[in-house]
Design a protein around this ligand. Structure first.
Ligand code: ADP
Ligand code: UDP
Length: 243
């Protein structure tokens, strides 16, 4: 796809999509309607010249911690969780390609013949060409999350921002799903997130972004126009940044 002059605030973003969000109204796996809708939204970003790196979670299929609670070895469970993110990546590439958006899946775990092995320089070249790159298999290591993988890849590819598109519309004083009295923040420092132990992203991911001055925007993935608004400079969701 030809590179356009970006009309957006951000030239390159790392977008993290929660695996669970791909389930739609189901309770496991992937809802094709959600996937197609996400491809459409990513296509809009590409269309205005934003370079998009994607990290998709695996919680719609397997989570290491849940498998471990069910009696499986934790490291084996985490390997299964990482493989789940490769499956989601393949499904997303399929949806993107059906929308004529050139895209590539890279995996932190080599999987010859299925997806490319993660190669930062190659990923940067694809992104510069305007192609979408889906970074799968998390960090490649157990005991990490795809939020940490998103922050890591975002820093590596020199993204302008990490956008976490999730089920809630920002960071709150407490989990808004459990506490209806929780109050939303528009802007937060990394220190505040760490001090208050705000659970929207794991603390490893927050520390990494803090150390490398990588801002994180948290927004609602189901709100129409939210992502486009965020990349064109709108005050969408919550921004976590150095203050
Ligand atoms: N302080 C908080 N602000 C916003 N969301 C929070 C907070 N604490 C916990 N959460 C939860 O974090 C979730 C977002 O994280 P995500 O990674 O998408 O989900 P999960 O961890 O279930 O995969 C939200 O659905 C919300 O319930
Ligand atoms: O670097 C990583 C990233 C992910 N995972 C495993 O993959 C699962 C799915 O990722 P995550 O829970 O972050 O997905 P999401 O919550 O975003 O759907 C996790 O539970 C872990 O078991 C891992 O071991 N290392």
């Amino acid at each position: 796809m030809p590179v356009k002059d970006s009309q957006a605030k951000y030239k390159r973003i790392l977008l993290k999509l929660s695996g669970e969000a791909l389930m739609g109204d189901g309770d496991f796996g992937i809802d094709p309607k959600v996937l197609d809708n996400m491809a459409l939204v990513v296509g809009q970003l590409v269309g205005i010249g934003v370079q998009v790196g994607l990290v998709i979670g695996g919680g719609n299929i397997y989570r290491g911690a849940a498998l471990s609670e069910a009696g499986l070895d934790r490291v084996t469970g985490d390997h299964m969780g990482m493989l789940a993110t490769v499956m989601n990546g393949l499904a997303m590439r399929d949806a993107l390609e059906r929308s004529n958006i050139s895209s590539h899946v890279m995996s932190a775990i080599p999987m010859s013949g299925v997806v490319e092995h993660y190669d930062r320089r190659k990923a940067m070249r694809y992104l510069s060409m305007g192609d979408v790159v889906i970074f799968s298999a998390g960090t490649g290591n157990p005991f990490f999350t795809t939020d940490s993988a998103a922050c890591l890849r975002g820093i590596e590819i020199d993204a302008d921002v990490v956008v976490k598109a999730t089920k809630v519309d920002g960071v709150y004083t407490d989990d808004p799903v459990k506490n209806p009295d929780a109050v939303k923040f528009d802007r937060l420092s990394f220190d505040e997130v760490l001090e208050r132990k705000l659970g929207v992203m794991d603390l490893t991911a927050i520390c990494l972004c803090d150390e490398h001055n990588m801002p994180i925007r948290v927004l609602d993935m189901n709100k129409p126009g939210a992502l486009l608004n965020a990349v064109t400079g709108g005050n969408e969701g919550t921004i976590i940044e150095r203050m």
